[in-house]
Write a protein that binds this ligand. Sequence first.
Ligand code: G1P
Length: 292
Amino acid sequence: MEVRKAVFPVAGWGTRFLPATKAMPKEMFPIIDKPVIQFIVEECLDAGIENMVFVTGRHKRPIEHHFDINTDLEKHLENCGKTELLKNIMEISRLVNPIYIRQKEQLGLGHAVLVAEPVVGYEPFVVCLGDVIIRNEQNVISRMIEVYQRFGKSVIAVFEVEQKEVSKYGVIDGRHIEKDIYIIDDLIEKPKPEEAPSRLAIVGRYLFTPRIFDKLKVTPPGKGGEVQLTDAIKLLLEDEAVYAIKIDARVYDTGTPIGYLQTLIEFALQREDTRDGMMRFLRGLKIELSEV
Ligand code: G1P
């Protein structure tokens, strides 16, 4: 069955970024001039998925405006002759088919995914966390779709983290089958480093068979009193196999202040129009830092 829809659970409060996130979704924070969420939406578009289901909350309206057509702005840019900018803002709103659904109560990531069930229906779908940008040679979602097409089962992207970092992630216990593919035996959400079954951490890209919805309905609250997606995947293992692909990618976690800052600096160093200015600034800073 074709994978046609991606779910973005974006209803969270963004408490790590308060007060900035009181009125502005963290998914709309700019990486120079493009909001974080647009990078992830573009990753889905590149993988051939156009239907994006945003599970939102009451302070997430800017996401809706961003993917909408803004005819006034388009006219203005056209009148000023700013054709490059015009092309840029026209493209994204025309390529994406956004669907918005409210998560009325924030009961956890697993609950947010379950809220999308009436829109997704009984078909395989992708889940993308709205604050993780991934730079990989091959598009990670495309690779997950390939593996899904081969086995017909759910696929989760994982990456290797340091032992002391495992408690920030869902961690898998898996057996290597071939190349980048693992079959999952068990999962644990945010384990203590000494309890982690591996260093393979869930990165924030999932491809699920619709059976996950049945499991989410019976998943009790877990870590932090929230319905955890990782716990639902563990229940899914009782009925069907779940695969993992290990990616060797650059992962940008923009969901924490330090991760966001690192992302900004790295992207600025990679972009032609900002590289020199940022280099000059960092070189100057080095002198000051060595004096601290
Ligand atoms: C969530 C998931 C976790 C996953 C992580 C990836 O945690 O619960 O399993 O490893 O995203 O970023 P969060 O970062 O929302 O606490």
